[in-house]
Design a protein around this ligand. Structure first.
Ligand SMILES: Nc1ncnc2c1ncn2[C@@H]1O[C@H](COP(=O)(O)OP(=O)(O)OP(=O)(O)O)[C@@H](O)[C@H]1O
Length: 318
């Protein structure tokens, strides 16, 4: 999964970038909507002034990351749709830190950059009431944002996009980056860790099949996630169980997901054996979420049809 957010100086193109993502069908969580929701909840009129006051109050009472915190459940909910969400409206470092803490490396911060003269021209064209009227105003606003929080957030960005050309050029750049992050498939492995089992061993079992999975263990439940299927694919081929695996995948299909169960004990020695849902010592429940790939292609990539034990059709990439 990926959570993408844009930061940058005033008028650099952050909102435009989020809109481009939205046009691509990517779910967008707008941080300002969370504030507006709170304004409504308090029975206040929906004005910029009230929104500003409520936002400041929330930050004062609940910390500088108050709005980010409230966005987290919304982000998690929307992640289920495509495995990727764009967050619009980051204002400062505390919010970046909150998202990093929640989502780790899955959180990607993108800095949108344009020289002050270009941004000033856009202000003149945009003519929003609160937009700057002179280049000097914009310089002061830049300094204010930099000295507050935005400067730190910009320094922490993973990627920088320059927005100096026309809108089409910018659209293409944003689309390319987003396309790169849209997961085609995500794998989730779930299992119970019984009191008689060693957690480290169960982790190793999962890593045997999905070596770069990120793993969380909470109470007695283990949950692992990755978008990399290559080791699992290789093991199916090495063990020559493509036909069995293919029919398990077909019968495990549930809409846009595929669910199969694997024997935990054999997986510990890197062997894939399909199991029943209620196998003893609870099996590994493996869910493949197909976000951006057809079921047929997924099937042909992971478990191609075979003749005389060899794949009939090779699909090397999802
Ligand atoms: N490449 C571009 N070519 C022409 N106009 C652009 C380009 N990128 C953005 N704009 C325009 O510049 C203005 C500012 O863009 P946008 O609102 O996306 O910036 P922002 O970083 O969200 O600004 P702010 O932080 O001030 O709200 C908008 O009117 C937008 O349509």
């Amino acid at each position: 999964m990926k959570i993408i957010a844009f930061v940058g100086l005033p008028l650099s193109g952050k909102t435009t970038a989020s809109k481009i993502a939205e046009e691509m069908g990517i779910p967008v969580v707008v941080m300002g909507d969370v504030v507006r929701e709170e304004v409504r909840r308090r029975g206040l009129e929906l004005t910029d002034e009230n929104a500003g006051r409520v936002a400041s109050e929330l930050r004062e009472k609940e910390g500088m990351d108050a709005i980010a915190k409230r966005c987290v459940p919304l982000i998690r909910e929307k992640l289920g749709e495509k495995g990727i969400v764009v967050v619009d409206g980051i204002r400062g470092i505390a919010e970046v830190e909150r998202f990093r803490e929640e989502f780790g490396d899955d959180f990607v911060l993108i800095n949108v950059e344009a020289p002050i003269e270009v941004r000033f021209e856009r202000a003149l064209r945009r003519k929003r009431d609160d937009d700057v009227k002179t280049l000097e105003d914009l310089r002061r606003r830049d300094e204010r944002e930099l000295s507050w929080n935005m400067g730190e957030a910009i320094r922490l960005a993973d990627i920088t996009i320059e927005n100096v050309g026309d809108i089409e050029e910018f659209r293409e750049k944003v689309r390319e980056i987003i396309r790169h992050f849209v997961p085609r498939v995500e794998v989730e492995v779930e299992t119970d860790v019984h009191p008689t089992e060693d957690v480290e061993k169960v982790k190793k079992t999962v890593l045997n099949l999905f070596p770069d999975a990120s793993i969380e263990v909470e109470e007695s439940k283990l949950l692992a996630r990755t978008t990399n299927l290559s080791r699992f694919r290789e093991l199916l081929r090495m063990q020559r169980i493509l036909d069995t695996a293919r029919s398990e995948m077909i019968s495990g299909r549930r809409g846009k997901s595929v669910v199969v169960y694997l024997n935990k004990q054999t997986a510990y020695v890197s062997r894939i054996n399909f199991a029943d849902e209620d196998a003893i010592l609870s099996p590994l429940k493996v869910t493949f979420r197909l976000y951006d790939v057809d079921f047929e292609r997924f099937l042909d990539y992971l478990t191609p049809e075979t003749r005389d034990g060899r794949p009939v059709k090779e699909v090397d990439r999802l």
